[in-house]
Structures are given as structure tokens and as C-alpha cells.
Design a protein around this ligand. Structure first.
Ligand SMILES: Nc1ncnc2c1ncn2[C@@H]1O[C@H](COP(=O)(O)OP(=O)(O)OP(=O)(O)O)[C@@H](O)[C@H]1O
Ligand SMILES: [Mg+2]
Length: 422
């Protein structure tokens, strides 16, 4: 795929580049005006027909305005403009770049990417708000979804599975925003995370045993800290002969099991009906004879159904939760249960949570972009109305190493796990 004119290959430093940029902006605007005037439907044109149309229009414009453009430049320009019109515009080459993990568009003038764990700005630009909107609509069109003032935010997915969120004015004050979490064709596996230093051998062995022996595990962390990736890694330790049901808002997990049923929630349609929530799916899953339930994220009133499932024989469940640390995770579970209309006392709720969840694995994104499992904590029960938590492994930031925070507890827990649970 050709690089966009707004991209790095055409840096703004040299005048020739600047002229080329200006000309392309000019041509792009002219083409959009022509397309609107002639009412051309870009969605139904084949790429070849569109190339022909763009090429002819540019040639006419160049000769009319007597612009100094060589045959080669004409070819390059029309190729790039076709990319802009037909594909995802300036995002096209970023989407196709396997080294880019996240793409973040803050209005037409700012496009950031995450590469190697680090967020960086780019020279890529949209022309104006309308250009961003056109790209958003192009993403949504095949899904039969829409975005407009009355429904100004939407979650969607690209054909390759990448997760997309778009939010537009009046909610987004500085122009339409797009956030894309790229889908890795080759997911990060345990060996990759080990190499990247996200955990050490001892932690990996512990987590493997915990999954195989059906501990209920909750993975916590901030946005983009690597929760889903770690959930995928851990889910792959589930023995192959077990029946796994996964529930996600947007299918990101890539399990290698023969016996796996993948479920996805559904937002309501244009008329505001037809929504299927994670809670609906968890309830349905319980009737599907699952050996394991893997829930992409707990963030709503499905929390009660998940806790109940974990407490009633469906052990070995795994999920993730947005939280800043293990203590915060417990608070958030309580808060979610409250919002889900839990009627019992705080003490009962804590007992229920402590009985359901055995391990909290907290992953964090360090300032240098590295992801570290900074804590593996056992929830041992409730004493005097408070959770009894025992940190088994931790990451010592100053010493830059993983430590067994509590050797005795680790040995005890490992024994309990290998003996087939507590
Ligand atoms: N251990 C890791 N080391 C390096 N990069 C990682 C690691 N885990 C995940 N990543 C990368 O970080 C990005 C975010 O990962 P992931 O989707 O797992 O995070 P998340 O916590 O689930 O995010 P969100 O809160 O948005 O759901 C991805 O691009 C992924 O490839
Ligand atoms: Mg996630």
C-alpha cells in the first residue's frame, strides 16, 4: 500500500514536499467537490473504476490549472488519493503496519500511534472534520451501523478484527476521534511475555498450575496495560479436553482449544432494541454445560452472575477488571455489585467475593512502555469484615526484579493448588 502524502515519507521539512502536500490537499478538495457535485457513490465503485475516475479528474484539473506535474507524479498522486477515498484514508498504511499497536485520532490534525509500547505522534493528517467522518462511516457502513449527532459514539471492528471506537461532536469538542486497538494476527504468547519480561519463570509456573487446577482468577490493570493479552495467555493453559465458553464485547481472545464456543455481546440497533448484554450471555452460558467460562471483562451487572457462577461449581473462571491495584479491584467489584442491585449486607458481599475469587493478577504498564505483572495476590477470605489478601509475587520497581513477596504463602498455595484446589 502506498504511503499517504500526509505521512512520514513526505515530511514537511523540504519545500518540494510542502508544494506536493499543498497540491494534494488542493486536488483532494477538488475531487471531493466533484464527487459531491456528480453524486458519485464511492461505496459501490470498484477500486479500478475509482482509480480511473480519479486519474481522469486529476488530469483534467492539472491541465486546466496548468500545474507542473510529471507523469510519474500524476500516477503517485492519483494512487494516494484513491487510497484516501477508498480505504481508511491516512490511517490505511498505519492499519497495515504490523508494528503499530494502537492508532489514536484526536480530530483531523492529530494522529498518535503506539509502537513498541510507546505512544508517539505522527505527521499523518486528515483534511478536515468531514474527512475523519467519512473514514468513520466507511468503517461502519459494512456493519450496518451509523454515527451522527443523535448517536455520536460507536464501537465497531475492522474486517481484520481490530477494535474501533469513534466519538464525534458535539460530544468530542475538538473534532471526531477514533481509537483503534489493532488485532495481532500472531497473539503474544507466554514465551513472548517471558521474553518481554512481563513475568519470570517462577510466576509463569505458578500461574500455569493455578489455571490447570481451576483457580478462579481475575486479571486487573489500567487501560491498555495488557489484561486481555494476559487473559489469552492464561486461557491457553486450560487443558485441551475442557469445554471453554468465552464471552466478550468484541472478540479479541484467540484460544487454540478444539472445544471452544465464542460468544459476543450485541449493542442495540438503530431503533434502540435488540441489545444482548454480557449478563444475558453469562446466564445463557450456564445452560451450555461449560467446563470453563472466560469473560473478556467484568464491568457491569454481569458481576453478580459471574460471582455466583464462581461460587456454585463453575470454578476455573477467568476474567479481567479495570482497577489500579488489588485492593482497588475488590472495591470495584463491590461497587459493581452495588450498581447491579445486590441486596445483602456488605459483609455478605465480601464473603461472596472472597469465596469466588482466589487470585488477583495485577498487570501494569511502566513508564518505559513495558508491561509487568506487578502483583499476584491470593484472596484468602474475610476477617473482621475485611478482605484477607496475601501478596504472593510482586515486582520491585526500585530493584527492577520480581520477588516472591511471601515465600511461605507461595509454598502453601502451590501445595494447595497441586493437591487439587484449596
Ligand atoms: N506483556 C506485554 N508486553 C508488551 N506489550 C503488550 C503486553 N501485553 C499487551 N501488550 C500490547 O499492549 C496493547 C494493549 O494490550 P491489551 O489489549 O491486552 O490491553 P488491555 O489492558 O486489555 O486494554 P483495554 O483496557 O483497552 O482493554 C496491545 O497492543 C498489546 O499488543
Ligand atoms: Mg482489554
Amino acid at each position: 500500500m502506498a504511503n499517504s502524502i500526509f505521512g512520514e515519507n513526505y515530511g514537511l521539512k523540504q519545500k518540494a514536499d510542502q508544494d506536493f502536500q499543498d497540491m494534494k490537499f488542493q486536488l483532494h478538495r477538488h475531487l471531493i467537490a466533484e464527487i459531491e457535485r456528480e453524486n458519485v457513490d464511492l461505496f459501490i465503485l470498484s477500486r479500478d473504476r475509482l482509480s480511473e475516475y480519479v486519474h481522469n479528474k486529476i488530469r483534467e484539473y492539472i491541465s486546466e490549472k496548468r500545474l507542473p506535474v510529471s507523469g510519474y507524479e500524476l500516477q503517485t498522486l492519483s494512487g494516494q488519493i484513491v487510497d484516501e477515498l477508498a480505504g481508511y484514508g491516512p490511517l490505511e498504511s498505519l492499519i497495515n503496519d504490523d508494528h503499530v499497536d494502537d492508532i489514536l485520532v484526536n480530530g483531523p490534525r492529530q494522529i498518535f500511534i503506539e509502537r513498541n509500547g510507546k505512544l508517539e505522534g505522527t505527521n499523518y493528517r486528515f483534511i478536515d472534520d468531514d474527512h475523519v467522518l467519512r473514514v468513520i462511516r466507511r468503517i461502519l457502513a459494512p456493519l450496518g451501523r451509523r454515527i451522527d449527532e443523535s448517536s455520536p459514539m460507536v464501537d465497531a471492528r475492522l474486517p481484520d478484527g481490530s477494535r474501533v471506537n469513534a466519538i464525534i461532536p458535539p460530544l468530542a469538542l475538538d473534532g471526531p476521534c477514533i481509537s483503534i486497538r489493532k488485532f495481532r494476527k500472531e497473539p503474544l504468547l507466554a514465551a513472548d511475555l517471558l521474553k518481554l519480561g512481563s513475568f519470570d519463570d517462577a510466576m509463569l509456573a505458578f500461574l500455569t498450575a493455578a489455571v490447570q487446577q481451576r483457580c478462579n482468577i481475575i486479571i486487573t490493570g489500567g487501560t491498555g496495560s495488557g489484561k486481555t493479552t494476559l487473559l489469552n495467555v492464561l486461557s491457553r493453559f486450560i487443558p485441551q479436553d475442557e469445554r471453554v465458553v468465552t464471552i466478550e464485547d468484541a472478540a479479541e481472545l484467540q484460544l487454540k482449544h478444539e472445544h471452544v464456543v465464542r460468544l459476543e455481546t450485541r449493542p442495540h440497533n438503530i431503533d434502540g432494541v435488540g441489545e444482548i448484554t454480557a449478563r444475558d450471555l453469562v446466564r445463557n452460558t450456564l445452560r451450555m454445560r461449560p467446563d470453563r467460562i472466560v469473560l473478556g471483562e467484568v464491568r457491569g451487572n454481569e458481576v453478580m452472575d459471574v460471582l455466583q457462577a464462581m461460587n456454585t461449581g463453575h470454578d476455573g473462571c477467568m476474567t479481567t477488571l479495570h482497577a489500579n491495584n488489588c485492593t482497588d479491584a475488590m472495591l470495584r467489584l463491590e461497587m459493581l455489585a452495588g450498581l447491579a442491585n445486590f441486596q445483602g449486607s456488605e459483609k455478605t458481599l465480601r464473603q461472596m467475593i472472597a469465596a469466588a475469587i482466589e487470585l488477583v493478577v495485577h498487570i501494569s504498564r511502566l513508564p518505559n512502555g513495558q508491561r509487568k505483572v506487578v502483583s499476584i495476590t491470593e484472596i484468602a477470605g474475610v476477617r473482621d469484615g475485611q478482605f484477607v489478601m496475601s501478596e504472593l509475587y510482586a515486582y520491585d520497581v526500585a530493584g527492577k526484579q520480581f520477588v516472591r513477596a511471601n515465600v511461605q504463602s507461595v509454598n502453601y498455595k502451590l501445595q494447595a493448588i497441586t493437591a487439587g484446589g484449596q
